[in-house]
Design a protein around this ligand. Structure first.
Ligand code: 1HA
Length: 275
Protein backbone atom coordinates (compact mmCIF):
# COMPACT_ATOMS: atom_id res chain seq x y z
CA UNK A 1 0.00 0.00 0.00
CA UNK A 2 1.76 3.11 -1.19
CA UNK A 3 -1.01 5.60 -0.48
CA UNK A 4 0.64 8.83 0.55
CA UNK A 5 -0.81 10.71 3.46
CA UNK A 6 -1.54 14.29 2.57
CA UNK A 7 -0.69 16.89 5.21
CA UNK A 8 -3.24 19.58 5.95
CA UNK A 9 -2.40 22.76 4.10
CA UNK A 10 -3.47 26.31 4.92
CA UNK A 11 -2.17 28.60 2.17
CA UNK A 12 -2.67 26.16 -0.70
CA UNK A 13 -4.92 23.31 -1.75
CA UNK A 14 -3.72 19.95 -3.10
CA UNK A 15 -5.80 17.50 -5.09
CA UNK A 16 -5.14 14.49 -7.26
CA UNK A 17 -7.34 13.58 -10.21
CA UNK A 18 -6.88 9.88 -10.89
CA UNK A 19 -8.80 10.19 -14.19
CA UNK A 20 -6.25 12.68 -15.50
CA UNK A 21 -3.25 11.29 -13.56
CA UNK A 22 -2.70 14.84 -12.49
CA UNK A 23 -1.94 16.68 -9.23
CA UNK A 24 -3.27 20.20 -8.76
CA UNK A 25 -1.43 22.53 -6.39
CA UNK A 26 -3.26 25.84 -6.00
CA UNK A 27 -2.50 29.11 -4.21
CA UNK A 28 -5.37 29.79 -1.81
CA UNK A 29 -4.93 33.36 -0.56
CA UNK A 30 -7.32 35.20 -2.91
CA UNK A 31 -7.71 38.16 -0.49
CA UNK A 32 -4.07 39.17 -1.17
CA UNK A 33 -4.07 38.09 -4.84
CA UNK A 34 -2.27 34.89 -3.77
CA UNK A 35 0.85 36.75 -2.65
CA UNK A 36 3.14 34.17 -1.06
CA UNK A 37 4.59 34.17 2.43
CA UNK A 38 7.21 31.64 3.58
CA UNK A 39 4.45 29.27 4.77
CA UNK A 40 2.89 29.32 1.27
CA UNK A 41 6.17 28.38 -0.37
CA UNK A 42 6.92 25.72 2.24
CA UNK A 43 3.51 24.13 1.58
CA UNK A 44 4.02 24.20 -2.21
CA UNK A 45 7.41 22.55 -1.72
CA UNK A 46 5.77 19.77 0.34
CA UNK A 47 2.96 19.31 -2.19
CA UNK A 48 5.40 19.25 -5.09
CA UNK A 49 7.42 16.56 -3.34
CA UNK A 50 4.26 14.50 -2.78
CA UNK A 51 3.24 14.85 -6.42
CA UNK A 52 6.73 14.02 -7.65
CA UNK A 53 6.88 10.83 -5.60
CA UNK A 54 3.31 9.70 -6.31
CA UNK A 55 3.41 7.05 -9.04
CA UNK A 56 -0.18 7.84 -10.02
CA UNK A 57 0.75 11.40 -11.03
CA UNK A 58 2.01 12.09 -14.56
CA UNK A 59 1.52 15.83 -14.70
CA UNK A 60 1.46 18.62 -12.10
CA UNK A 61 -0.65 21.75 -12.29
CA UNK A 62 0.25 24.95 -10.42
CA UNK A 63 -2.83 27.17 -10.28
CA UNK A 64 -4.82 29.44 -7.97
CA UNK A 65 -8.27 29.33 -6.39
CA UNK A 66 -10.01 32.56 -7.33
CA UNK A 67 -13.20 33.87 -5.75
CA UNK A 68 -15.50 36.26 -7.58
CA UNK A 69 -15.37 38.86 -4.76
CA UNK A 70 -11.60 39.34 -5.25
CA UNK A 71 -9.52 40.48 -8.22
CA UNK A 72 -8.51 37.33 -10.13
CA UNK A 73 -4.84 36.40 -9.78
CA UNK A 74 -2.40 33.57 -10.22
CA UNK A 75 0.07 35.11 -7.75
CA UNK A 76 1.09 38.69 -6.91
CA UNK A 77 4.59 37.72 -5.74
CA UNK A 78 6.17 37.89 -2.33
CA UNK A 79 3.89 39.06 0.48
CA UNK A 80 5.29 42.50 1.24
CA UNK A 81 3.80 42.54 4.75
CA UNK A 82 6.30 39.85 5.83
CA UNK A 83 9.32 41.26 4.03
CA UNK A 84 11.90 41.83 6.75
CA UNK A 85 14.70 44.40 6.86
CA UNK A 86 17.18 41.58 7.39
CA UNK A 87 17.41 40.17 3.88
CA UNK A 88 14.35 38.07 3.15
CA UNK A 89 10.79 37.14 3.99
CA UNK A 90 9.92 35.86 7.45
CA UNK A 91 6.69 34.68 9.06
CA UNK A 92 5.98 32.48 12.08
CA UNK A 93 7.15 29.39 10.17
CA UNK A 94 10.65 30.71 9.49
CA UNK A 95 13.44 31.05 12.06
CA UNK A 96 15.36 33.54 9.89
CA UNK A 97 14.47 35.66 6.87
CA UNK A 98 15.03 33.79 3.60
CA UNK A 99 14.32 33.87 -0.12
CA UNK A 100 12.66 30.45 0.02
CA UNK A 101 10.95 30.89 -3.35
CA UNK A 102 14.35 30.48 -5.03
CA UNK A 103 14.51 26.94 -3.59
CA UNK A 104 11.05 26.26 -5.00
CA UNK A 105 12.19 27.43 -8.45
CA UNK A 106 15.07 24.93 -8.34
CA UNK A 107 12.72 22.18 -7.14
CA UNK A 108 10.36 22.89 -10.06
CA UNK A 109 13.23 22.72 -12.55
CA UNK A 110 14.52 19.47 -11.09
CA UNK A 111 11.11 17.80 -10.85
CA UNK A 112 11.14 15.12 -13.60
CA UNK A 113 7.40 15.49 -14.18
CA UNK A 114 5.95 18.22 -16.39
CA UNK A 115 4.58 21.24 -14.48
CA UNK A 116 1.83 23.30 -16.11
CA UNK A 117 1.15 26.78 -14.70
CA UNK A 118 -2.49 27.78 -15.09
CA UNK A 119 -2.66 31.57 -14.91
CA UNK A 120 -6.01 33.26 -14.38
CA UNK A 121 -5.45 36.92 -13.56
CA UNK A 122 -2.39 38.73 -12.26
CA UNK A 123 0.98 36.93 -12.49
CA UNK A 124 3.25 39.60 -11.03
CA UNK A 125 6.75 39.76 -9.51
CA UNK A 126 7.79 36.48 -7.92
CA UNK A 127 4.45 35.04 -9.11
CA UNK A 128 5.34 35.88 -12.69
CA UNK A 129 8.66 34.09 -12.26
CA UNK A 130 6.98 30.93 -10.97
CA UNK A 131 4.87 30.65 -14.12
CA UNK A 132 7.99 31.22 -16.26
CA UNK A 133 9.85 28.44 -14.42
CA UNK A 134 6.94 26.03 -14.98
CA UNK A 135 7.32 23.94 -18.15
CA UNK A 136 4.16 25.15 -19.84
CA UNK A 137 1.89 28.14 -19.14
CA UNK A 138 -1.78 28.22 -20.06
CA UNK A 139 -3.64 31.42 -19.24
CA UNK A 140 -7.08 32.99 -19.29
CA UNK A 141 -7.68 35.96 -21.57
CA UNK A 142 -8.06 38.23 -18.50
CA UNK A 143 -4.52 37.53 -17.29
CA UNK A 144 -1.89 40.22 -16.72
CA UNK A 145 1.86 39.58 -16.66
CA UNK A 146 4.76 41.65 -15.38
CA UNK A 147 7.59 42.41 -12.99
CA UNK A 148 7.36 45.15 -10.34
CA UNK A 149 10.68 44.66 -8.51
CA UNK A 150 12.51 47.77 -9.74
CA UNK A 151 9.42 49.81 -8.76
CA UNK A 152 9.15 48.47 -5.21
CA UNK A 153 12.72 47.61 -4.29
CA UNK A 154 13.41 44.07 -5.47
CA UNK A 155 14.72 42.04 -8.39
CA UNK A 156 15.31 38.40 -9.31
CA UNK A 157 18.72 38.07 -10.90
CA UNK A 158 18.38 34.28 -11.28
CA UNK A 159 15.85 32.49 -13.47
CA UNK A 160 13.68 35.59 -13.26
CA UNK A 161 16.20 37.35 -15.49
CA UNK A 162 18.15 34.69 -17.34
CA UNK A 163 15.31 32.29 -18.09
CA UNK A 164 13.08 35.21 -19.05
CA UNK A 165 15.67 36.32 -21.61
CA UNK A 166 15.75 32.77 -23.02
CA UNK A 167 11.96 32.83 -23.34
CA UNK A 168 11.40 36.27 -24.85
CA UNK A 169 14.84 37.54 -25.92
CA UNK A 170 17.32 39.99 -24.40
CA UNK A 171 15.74 43.23 -25.62
CA UNK A 172 12.23 42.27 -24.48
CA UNK A 173 13.51 41.01 -21.07
CA UNK A 174 15.27 44.34 -20.49
CA UNK A 175 12.02 46.14 -21.34
CA UNK A 176 10.03 43.99 -18.90
CA UNK A 177 12.48 44.66 -16.04
CA UNK A 178 13.51 48.27 -16.75
CA UNK A 179 10.03 49.65 -17.45
CA UNK A 180 7.92 47.34 -15.24
CA UNK A 181 5.20 47.35 -17.90
CA UNK A 182 2.26 44.99 -17.59
CA UNK A 183 1.26 42.82 -20.57
CA UNK A 184 -2.05 41.19 -21.44
CA UNK A 185 -2.46 37.56 -22.48
CA UNK A 186 -2.32 38.32 -26.22
CA UNK A 187 0.96 40.23 -25.82
CA UNK A 188 2.35 37.52 -23.53
CA UNK A 189 1.57 34.87 -26.15
CA UNK A 190 3.18 36.92 -28.91
CA UNK A 191 6.29 37.40 -26.75
CA UNK A 192 6.65 33.67 -26.06
CA UNK A 193 5.95 34.05 -22.33
CA UNK A 194 2.99 31.67 -22.43
CA UNK A 195 1.89 28.72 -24.57
CA UNK A 196 -1.78 29.54 -25.02
CA UNK A 197 -4.67 31.59 -23.67
CA UNK A 198 -8.42 30.97 -23.65
CA UNK A 199 -11.59 32.68 -22.44
CA UNK A 200 -11.81 32.28 -18.64
CA UNK A 201 -14.96 30.15 -18.94
CA UNK A 202 -13.07 27.63 -21.13
CA UNK A 203 -9.81 27.58 -19.15
CA UNK A 204 -10.44 24.51 -17.01
CA UNK A 205 -11.63 22.35 -19.92
CA UNK A 206 -8.75 23.46 -22.14
CA UNK A 207 -6.20 22.70 -19.41
CA UNK A 208 -7.70 19.20 -19.06
CA UNK A 209 -7.16 18.71 -22.82
CA UNK A 210 -3.50 19.72 -22.51
CA UNK A 211 -3.03 17.40 -19.52
CA UNK A 212 -4.60 14.44 -21.36
CA UNK A 213 -2.25 14.98 -24.31
CA UNK A 214 0.80 15.13 -22.01
CA UNK A 215 -0.04 12.02 -19.97
CA UNK A 216 -0.55 9.96 -23.14
CA UNK A 217 3.19 10.24 -23.78
CA UNK A 218 6.15 8.41 -22.25
CA UNK A 219 7.01 9.82 -18.80
CA UNK A 220 10.66 8.79 -19.20
CA UNK A 221 10.97 10.52 -22.56
CA UNK A 222 9.35 13.64 -21.10
CA UNK A 223 11.66 13.59 -18.05
CA UNK A 224 14.72 13.30 -20.29
CA UNK A 225 13.52 16.06 -22.64
CA UNK A 226 12.91 18.32 -19.63
CA UNK A 227 16.38 17.51 -18.24
CA UNK A 228 17.99 18.22 -21.61
CA UNK A 229 16.15 21.52 -22.08
CA UNK A 230 17.21 22.51 -18.54
CA UNK A 231 20.82 21.39 -19.09
CA UNK A 232 21.16 23.80 -21.96
CA UNK A 233 20.90 26.72 -19.55
CA UNK A 234 21.63 25.26 -16.09
CA UNK A 235 25.34 24.46 -16.58
CA UNK A 236 26.76 21.90 -14.17
CA UNK A 237 23.51 21.64 -12.19
CA UNK A 238 21.65 20.88 -15.44
CA UNK A 239 24.13 18.22 -16.47
CA UNK A 240 23.77 16.69 -13.01
CA UNK A 241 20.01 16.47 -13.48
CA UNK A 242 20.33 14.81 -16.87
CA UNK A 243 23.10 12.57 -15.56
CA UNK A 244 20.81 11.53 -12.72
CA UNK A 245 18.16 10.35 -15.19
CA UNK A 246 20.85 8.33 -17.01
CA UNK A 247 22.03 6.75 -13.76
CA UNK A 248 18.46 5.85 -12.81
CA UNK A 249 18.02 4.03 -16.11
CA UNK A 250 21.46 2.37 -15.84
CA UNK A 251 20.46 1.03 -12.40
CA UNK A 252 17.59 -0.77 -14.12
CA UNK A 253 19.97 -2.66 -16.47
CA UNK A 254 21.42 -6.15 -15.97
CA UNK A 255 24.89 -4.70 -16.52
CA UNK A 256 24.63 -2.27 -13.61
CA UNK A 257 22.96 -4.85 -11.36
CA UNK A 258 25.81 -7.30 -12.04
CA UNK A 259 28.23 -4.72 -10.56
CA UNK A 260 26.16 -4.44 -7.38
CA UNK A 261 25.60 -8.21 -7.09
CA UNK A 262 29.31 -8.99 -7.58
CA UNK A 263 30.21 -6.51 -4.84
CA UNK A 264 27.68 -7.97 -2.43
CA UNK A 265 28.75 -11.55 -3.28
CA UNK A 266 32.46 -10.63 -2.94
CA UNK A 267 33.37 -11.85 -6.45
CA UNK A 268 34.71 -10.29 -9.65
CA UNK A 269 31.93 -8.82 -11.85
CA UNK A 270 31.17 -10.51 -15.19
CA UNK A 271 30.03 -7.56 -17.30
CA UNK A 272 28.21 -8.27 -20.58
CA UNK A 273 27.60 -4.89 -22.14
CA UNK A 274 24.69 -4.78 -24.56
CA UNK A 275 25.91 -1.49 -26.05
O1 1HA B 1 11.25 40.02 -6.35
C1 1HA B 1 11.05 38.99 -5.52
C2 1HA B 1 12.12 38.17 -5.20
C3 1HA B 1 13.42 38.33 -5.77
C4 1HA B 1 14.45 37.50 -5.44
C5 1HA B 1 14.24 36.46 -4.55
C6 1HA B 1 13.00 36.26 -3.99
C7 1HA B 1 11.93 37.11 -4.32
C8 1HA B 1 10.68 36.91 -3.76
C9 1HA B 1 9.63 37.72 -4.11
C10 1HA B 1 9.81 38.79 -4.98
C11 1HA B 1 8.65 39.62 -5.36
O2 1HA B 1 7.60 39.08 -5.58
S1 1HA B 1 8.81 41.32 -5.45
C12 1HA B 1 7.24 41.78 -6.13
C13 1HA B 1 6.12 41.77 -5.10
N1 1HA B 1 4.83 42.02 -5.71
C14 1HA B 1 4.37 43.20 -6.13
O3 1HA B 1 5.07 44.20 -6.11
C15 1HA B 1 2.94 43.26 -6.62
C16 1HA B 1 2.13 44.00 -5.60
N2 1HA B 1 0.73 44.11 -6.02
C17 1HA B 1 0.30 45.01 -6.93
O4 1HA B 1 1.07 45.76 -7.51
C18 1HA B 1 -1.17 45.07 -7.15
O5 1HA B 1 -1.81 44.34 -6.11
C19 1HA B 1 -1.63 44.48 -8.49
C20 1HA B 1 -1.13 45.38 -9.64
C21 1HA B 1 -1.14 43.04 -8.72
C22 1HA B 1 -3.17 44.44 -8.54
O6 1HA B 1 -3.67 45.71 -8.22
P1 1HA B 1 -5.18 45.88 -7.74
O7 1HA B 1 -6.12 45.17 -8.65
O8 1HA B 1 -5.40 47.37 -7.54
O9 1HA B 1 -5.29 45.10 -6.34
P2 1HA B 1 -4.79 45.59 -4.91
O10 1HA B 1 -5.88 46.40 -4.28
O11 1HA B 1 -3.46 46.24 -4.99
O12 1HA B 1 -4.60 44.20 -4.17
C23 1HA B 1 -5.66 43.55 -3.47
C24 1HA B 1 -5.16 43.21 -2.08
O13 1HA B 1 -4.04 42.33 -2.21
C25 1HA B 1 -4.64 44.44 -1.35
O14 1HA B 1 -4.91 44.26 0.01
P3 1HA B 1 -6.03 45.15 0.75
O15 1HA B 1 -5.71 46.59 0.44
O16 1HA B 1 -7.30 44.71 0.09
O17 1HA B 1 -5.94 44.78 2.17
C26 1HA B 1 -3.14 44.36 -1.57
O18 1HA B 1 -2.40 45.01 -0.57
C27 1HA B 1 -2.93 42.86 -1.50
N3 1HA B 1 -1.69 42.49 -2.21
C28 1HA B 1 -1.49 42.42 -3.52
N4 1HA B 1 -0.22 42.08 -3.79
C29 1HA B 1 0.38 41.91 -2.59
C30 1HA B 1 -0.55 42.18 -1.58
N5 1HA B 1 -0.25 42.10 -0.29
C31 1HA B 1 1.02 41.75 0.04
N6 1HA B 1 1.98 41.50 -0.88
C32 1HA B 1 1.69 41.56 -2.20
N7 1HA B 1 2.65 41.26 -3.11
Amino acid sequence: NNQLSIPSFHDITYHISLDDQCARIAFDRPEVLHAFRPQTIREIQQALELATEDGRVGCIILASNNLSKYTPAFCAGGDQTVRSNDGGYQDGTETAPKLRVLDLQVQMRRCPKPIIAVVDGYAIGGGHILHMVADITIASDRSVFGQTGPRMGSFDAGYGSTHMARLIGQKRAREVWFLCNFYDAKEAKEMGLINAYYPTSELEGRVAQWVRRVIMNSPTAIACCKAALNADEDGGAGIMQMGGELTRMFYMSKESQEGRDAFLQKRAPQFRSKL
